[in-house]
Design a protein around this ligand. Structure first.
Ligand code: HEC
Length: 235
């Protein structure tokens, strides 16, 4: 037997004797409403899913843009708030510009380690580094040295940077590194010439390693004889 679209027996209308039959009862208003609402809801769900998918696409595109080195992540005007918020979050982890401290970025920390090693910071700020041909465990890097440097400026000792930077925020470090002018033989001019990104990387590595060691000895004024070993510059 063929059914109509409501699942009722097609013979219901034609056969008066079947009017009282449960299968032939007219569809109640509630059921009709449920049907209409049901199809509306699935339409809304379909549109919602499409919107979510689109949003995900836009976010991915935004991230790809923000990940470009040196580029500030800026959301296009009129972009959805969620995209802007996500872009701002990505900017914080991007090693660029004036974004907030990206101290847990593994790539940035690795870059900092590389710079500490190749820019020569270990040569003076890590005990025994030059003498050992660089074979000093990473955990001792930049802990300062008791080997003094004596010249017309007196005697200076390479600062324990693991302690010195421990309390500095990234912005404090950037300001400090750009303004400092320690005594020789510290090549402060080389540090000042570094990009924000490289300075941030060094900071991130120091922060990741954490504080260690003892403060270096106090510098001595010219004319005061040092007690421990020194490297002599012409006086
Ligand atoms: C040739 C040795 C030498 C090298 C190389 C060197 N430093 Fe230094 N650094 C020193 C000495 C010595 C001092 C202490 C100067 C003083 O007491 O005035 C110092 C001081 C500093 C200070 C100042 C700390 C303070 O509290 O004032 C910072 C920061 C610093 N060094 C960072 C670095 C970084 C980063 C590198 C690598 C790019 C580096 N240094 C390479 C010898 C060196």
């Amino acid at each position: 037997m063929k059914d109509d679209s409501f699942g009722r027996d097609a013979s219901c209308g034609r056969d008066p004797s079947r009017r009282r039959d449960a299968a032939c009862a007219p569809l109640p208003l509630g059921a009709l409403l449920a049907l209409v609402l049901g199809s509306l809801a699935s339409a809304v769900l379909t549109v919602g899913t499409a919107a979510t998918f689109l949003m995900a696409l836009m976010l991915t595109a935004g991230e790809a843009r923000a990940a470009q080195p040196g580029e500030r992540a800026a959301a296009a005007p009129g972009a959805p708030a969620a995209t802007a918020a996500r872009a701002a979050q990505v900017a914080q982890t991007a090693p660029s510009g004036k974004a907030a401290a990206p101290r847990h970025d593994p790539a940035l920390i690795a870059r900092g380690r590389y710079l500490v090693q190749t820019a020569g910071c270990n040569d003076c700020h890590t005990p025994g580094y030059a003498e050992a041909g660089g074979q000093v465990p990473e955990k001792a890097w930049l802990t300062g040295d008791r080997l003094g440097w004596r010249g017309p400026w007196g005697t200076t000792y390479p600062t324990n940077l693991r302690l010195r930077l421990a309390e500095m925020s990234r912005d404090e470090w950037l300001r400090f590194a750009r303004a400092m002018q320690p005594r020789p033989p510290m090549p402060w001019f080389n540090v000042r010439a570094m990009s924000d990104q490289d300075l941030t990387a060094i900071w991130a590595w120091v922060k990741a390693m954490g504080p260690a060691g003892e403060p270096a000895p106090q510098a001595l004024p010219p004319g005061q004889a040092p007690v421990g070993p020194v490297v002599m510059f012409p006086q």
